[in-house]
Design a protein around this ligand. Structure first.
Ligand code: SF4
Length: 448
């Protein structure tokens, strides 16, 4: 963004986007006029681990970009925090922040390999970069890339941004005191009191030069795909419920998923509860549509972070209890419908069901407000391999028996697709990878 308080505003923005990545954080930027060397700070961990009061108050920036890292490739190496910065020539710095995955640039992980599709993307952009027309060279370079990206690239001339033609990941444009702000979700605009202008369109790229407040659109026409592919899983789980993305309010989308689930999965019960926090909106929708009362049945400890010491020998069963604890008086003797947003490996569901049963629930019915996830994501969500996805090699009945529920119901893909329309990506539910198929076939080890 371009603002006299860019450093602090960018810090607040990435703080509000912490849910999009907890492995690393960074900010890159300049004062006005631009001086070399730039400000650059990044590190492993949460935003609050990386930035201190001193680091924010000792500097004043007019242009800044930030990032929180969520790894889908390259592992959790701390040197992978973004923005990634290169200095190809003396005094010329380039910084790149990328959300998504570009399968053709993603190599199978090799021990010690700290390269990612993002660093390869930086090479690709630098190789085509032209000082005279940064936007043209940037847009031309992106035309030859297939995959999921919402990205920011700060060059010596200004800030470039782009969203891939399928629009997998969100990217929104806002305005703060007349200056453009570009971020993944609207919750980052809310925290800095910026006004929402619009979503960056799939296939759109643009440029804000240093010293200007004007956003220049791409001058290279992008060939649009037949239809867009925004990630439906952003609405199911990933994005913050108070954000508006893909023309949806995320909270309302999740409530709707719960209402739809109630028509696909009918069950007799005394109480609807949720697996907090992401299952809460869907559980409210389920309760509304089914007429079964809703209440809080499980409390989540919000302060469990990576720093929690793994259970010592003798405390092995601690597992899920560290994070979730039932309210015994609410669940004892009751027939419960427990709503969660997704079921990936089944390990957590099994533990939660065991915990509820141990504390006296009479029946436990598990409702999942998305279809069975049977395929990995190659477009920017960190899912396990196909072998580890329980729904890829077990029937619904086998999963039910494995997790110990009295019944298990998913939202059907048909209902999901009918309700949200064809212009979304559903590949982790149906295995139809519409984009970058050859590269994905290679990553899966077989043609798709
Ligand atoms: S495969 Fe699933 S998680 Fe990945 S982009 Fe498509 S819908 Fe989203």
């Amino acid at each position: 963004m371009h603002h006299p308080q860019s450093l602090y505003l960018t810090y607040l923005g990435i703080y509000s986007l912490q849910h999009r990545g907890q492995e690393g954080a960074g900010i890159f930027g300049y004062p006005d006029p631009v001086v070399i060397p730039p400000f650059f700070q990044c590190g492993a961990g949460l935003v609050s681990d990386v930035f201190s009061q001193d680091s924010l108050s000792d500097h004043s920036l007019n242009y800044a970009m930030g990032h929180v890292r969520y790894s889908t490739s390259g592992g959790k190496h701390c040197s992978l925090a973004q923005p990634i910065v290169r200095q190809p020539r003396e005094g010329q710095y380039f910084a790149l922040s990328h959300n998504g995955t570009i399968p053709a640039l993603q190599e199978r992980s090799v021990a010690g390999d700290v390269h990612t599709d993002t660093s390869r993307l930086m090479d690709h952009l630098l190789a085509r970069y032209e000082t005279k027309s940064p936007l043209r060279s940037f847009s031309e370079a992106l035309k030859t890339i297939e995959g999921a990206y919402s990205l920011l690239w700060m060059t010596p001339e200004g800030l470039l941004f782009a969203r891939d033609p399928w629009g997998f990941r969100p990217l929104v444009l806002g305005k703060k005191d007349g200056s453009p702000v570009i971020c993944s979700e609207t919750c980052a605009l809310d925290i800095i009191d910026a006004e929402f202008v619009r979503e960056i369109q799939p296939g759109e790229s643009g440029f804000v030069s240093f010293g200007s407040r004007e956003v220049k659109q791409s001058c290279v026409p992008v060939e649009k795909p037949l239809h867009t592919q925004p990630c439906v899983f952003e609405l199911i789980y990933f994005a913050r419920p108070d954000s508006n993305i893909f023309d949806w309010n995320v909270y309302e989308a999740r409530k709707r998923l719960g209402r739809l689930l109630a028509s696909d999965y009918q069950v007799e019960a005394d109480l609807v509860i949720s697996v907090p926090d992401s299952g809460v909106p869907a559980s409210l929708g389920f309760s509304e549509a089914s007429g079964i009362p809703w209440d809080v049945g499980i409390i989540r400890n919000h302060y469990v972070h990576r720093t929690f010491i793994e259970p010592l020998p003798g405390f092995r069963d601690l597992g899920v209890k560290v994070k979730h604890n039932p309210i015994r008086s609410m669940i004892r003797g009751k027939r419960l419908v427990v709503i969660d947003d997704s079921l990936v490996r089944s390990t957590t569901s099994k533990k939660i069901i065991g915990l509820l049963r141990h504390h006296g629930a009479k029946e436990i019915h598990l409702g999942i407000s998305s279809p069975p996830m049977a395929w990995p994501c190659f477009y920017g969500i960190d899912t396990p391999s196909r072998q580890e996805l329980i729904a890829s090699n077990h029937s619904v009945e086998q999963i039910r028996s494995r997790i110990g529920a009295d019944s298990l119901g998913y939202l059907s893909l048909e209902t999901l697709r009918k309700s949200f329309g064809p212009n979304f990506c559903y590949a982790c539910f149906d295995g139809r990878y519409q984009v970058a198929q050859p590269a994905i076939g290679d990553l899966l080890g077989a043609p798709v």
